[in-house]
Design a binder for this molecule. Sequence first.
Ligand code: SAM
Length: 306
Amino acid sequence: MPLVSSSGEQWFGERERVGLEQRIQVRGVLYEGRSDYQSIRVLDTVPFGRALILDGVLQTTETDEFIYHEMLVHPVLISLSQPERVLIIGGGDGGCLRRALEHRLREVVQVELDRAVVETCRRYLPRVSSGAFDDTRLHLLFADGYEFVEEAQEPFDAIIVDLTDPLPPGPSLRLFTAEFYQLVRRILKEDGLMVTQSSSPLLLTDELLRIYVNLKAVFPLVRVCLAPVPSYPGVLWSFTLASGGNDPLALDEATVRQRLEARGISPRYYSPQMHLASFALPPFLADLLAEPERFQDLKASQPVAQ
Ligand code: SAM
C-alpha cells in the first residue's frame, strides 16, 4: 500500500484480507527497496517508532516487538530444563534470535530466506536485535527454511518458526503445512518443542485453525497461547506450540521463576504468571479448537451475497 496523505500528514495503510484497513501515522520513510523476494520498507511511525514492512505488510515495530518476540520464544525455551541447540526459521529482524540467546544456549542456527531483510534491520532497526547477529553462537544461513529442514540431520531442542503470513504465492506458504511439520518433528529431540506465530484468532481465525489442525495431524500435544500485539490487525495474536509430549502447561510458576533467574532473564512482558495466563483461552476459541470444522460450517452457512 502507498503512503496516503491526508491534511498534510503521512499515513501507512495496511489493507487487510478481512476488509479492515489499519492506518499508522508516519514521520518519514527511512528505507525503501526491493530484494529478490519482496519489497522492504522501514518507516518511522508516530505511535510505534520504527517499523519493518515487507510486501506492504507490517512485520514488527520498535514499540511492541518485545511482546511478540518474548511470547514466541520464552514459553518454549522455559519448557526445557536445559536447551542447548535451537533452530530459528525466518525472523530476519533478529528479535527472536536476541530472546533465544538469553537462554544460555550453546548454538543457534537461523535460516532466513532474505539476506536483505537482515541487512536492512541491522542498519535501520538495530534496537530489535540489539547486537544478537554478532553473537558467536549464531550460525546464520540465507536459505529456504523448508529446504533446510528437509536436509537437516542433527536434532534441535527447539524450533522457532517466525515467518511472514501464509499468503499465496508467498515464500512462507509451504512452511505452514502438515508436510512441513512432519519434517520439523523428525529433527526435534524427544522432549523438544516447536512454536509458530499463528495469526489473529479473531480476524484471521481460518489461518489459526489451519495451523492448529496441521500441527495436530503430526504432534500429540498442541497448545495455543495469546498476547496483545497492538500494531497487528485485531491486536490479539496467537502462538501455537507443539511437541511429542512436553507440555508447557505442566510447569508451575515456581519452576518458570527459577529457570528465568538461573538464566538471568528479566523479560518485559513474559513472566511466571504470564506463562500460565497466556495459555488460558477464551471460550469462543477453546470451542473452536475443540471442533475446528465448526468454523468452516459457520462460514458455509453465511448468505452468499454479503
Ligand atoms: N513477526 C513477523 C510477522 O509475522 O509479521 C515475522 C517477521 S520476520 C521479518 C519474517 C521473515 O520470514 C522475513 O524476513 C522473510 O524473509 C522470512 N521468510 C519468508 N519465507 C521464508 C522461507 N521460506 N524460509 C526462510 N525464511 C522465510
